[in-house]
Design a protein around this ligand. Structure first.
Ligand SMILES: NC(=O)C1=CN([C@@H]2O[C@H](COP(=O)(O)OP(=O)(O)OC[C@H]3O[C@@H](n4cnc5c(N)ncnc54)[C@H](O)[C@@H]3O)[C@@H](O)[C@H]2O)C=CC1
Ligand SMILES: O=C(CO)COP(=O)(O)O
Length: 336
């Protein structure tokens, strides 16, 4: 009998826990690294993670620890699911503990502030691993729905197609259907920029602008994501797939999306500080809107919706003023 695949998941937040369940349901032995001892204890003693998914029973082949070395030992896949802006510091601590030859898997949807690096680039930089040992999982995967084993498709992206297929097999369950893709750049940009568009749609929803506005923002949001992707060498078709359109639709239509909810609160008139105070989990777009705009400027790409979100979130621009500016931009053909 062949050995079970081992996966270490750092960490036991919302998506780390839910994806750990997927891996376990697909037959992997999963160790979740939790930052807080009480989370690890709850998982090991009650088979639940009450902070994130109260009432959801975790499979028996999921265990937790606060010991990073114990989690990392012998892992075939080392899955990273921490806030994008802390990844560099976290991984610097974990790199000496990584199992030799382990495949690093990013679940994160953000772009690093300052360097404007995608998450797989940060991983390569810190762990000193080649591109073909880093994979990305992305797509319309609201963690709460996955934890309830509701059906979803996803993308497993890696420049090495064989490795993508190995990871695909390791996380394929009756409710989670992963497709492979070798366009890592496009898949990561799709995930990071949809959070920014999710904020924009949330703001519009909070302002009561209606469903035409939502459809317009999703479509033009996808257009500006594709423009950036093309400038960065991505395959434009990736953006009409799960990592692009699929994730945008899920995020922009769901109250479960933290980015969407964050935007809705701003659109209803809450201040940034009030909105941050009521947001318990990571809403990546709040910080990544600035690094996405940074990327756009580095590549000479116009991203008016992203620019508008940065204006509202970081420069105190009132949403009504931002809306007026967005609507009064110069007229142009749709495809430019
Ligand atoms: N929740 C979701 O539905 C999905 C989330 N993602 C992405 O997954 C990534 C993680 O998000 P979530 O799990 O949802 O966030 P979360 O806020 O639920 O969990 C974040 C985890 O990181 C840990 N953490 C926070 N600060 C840390 C630090 N300084 N050092 C080490 N660990 C720290 C927390 O303890 C927690 O376990 C994000 O990039 C997000 O965009 C992707 C798909 C779905
Ligand atoms: O990425 C997600 C769904 O695919 C989760 O979105 P939020 O981070 O906005 O909750």
């Amino acid at each position: 009998m062949s050995k079970p695949v081992k996966a270490a998941v750092f960490s036991a937040g919302s998506w780390g826990t839910a994806f750990g369940m997927v891996l376990a349901d697909a037959g992997c032995e999963v160790t979740l690294w939790a930052r807080r001892a009480q989370v690890a204890e709850a998982i090991n003693s009650s088979r639940t993670n009450p902070d994130y998914f109260p009432g959801v029973e975790l499979p028996e082949n999921v265990r937790a620890t606060t010991d990073a070395a114990e989690a990392a030992a012998d892992a075939d896949f080392t899955v990273l699911s921490v806030p994008s802006q802390t990844l560099r510091a976290n991984l610097a601590e974990w790199t000496p503990l990584l199992a030799p030859g382990t495949v690093l898997v990013s679940l994160m949807k953000g772009v690093e502030l300052g360097s404007a690096m995608r998450m797989s680039e940060v991983i390569e930089d810190v762990a000193k691993v080649p591109q073909n040992r880093v994979a990305v999982v992305t797509g319309p995967n609201l963690a709460r729905e996955i934890a309830a084993r509701m059906p979803a498709a996803a993308v497993v992206a890696c420049t090495d197609e064989n490795l993508a297929q190995r990871l695909q097999a390791a996380c394929h369950t009756p409710y989670f259907r992963p497709y492979t893709n070798t366009d890592v750049v496009g898949c990561e940009l799709g995930g990071a920029v949809k959070n920014v568009i999710g904020l924009a749609v949330g703001i519009a929803d909070g302002m009561g602008l209606g469903d035409n506005a939502k459809g317009s923002l999703i479509t033009r949001g996808l257009a500006e994501t594709t423009r950036l992707g093309l400038a960065m060498g991505a395959d434009p078709l990736t953006f009409s797939g799960l990592a692009g359109l699929g994730d945008l639709v899920a995020t922009c239509s769901s109250p479960l999306s933290r980015n969407h909810t964050f935007g809705t609160n701003l659109g209803k008139g809450m201040t940034l500080q009030e909105t941050i105070a009521v947001t318990r989990q990571t809403a990546e777009g709040v910080k990544s809107c600035e690094s996405v705009l940074d990327l756009a400027r580095r590549h000479g790409v116009d991203m008016p919706i992203t620019e508008t979100v940065v204006g509202i979130v970081h420069e105190g621009k009132p949403p009504v003023v931002a809306l007026k500016e967005l609507m009064s931009r110069s007229a142009k053909p749709e495809r430019r």
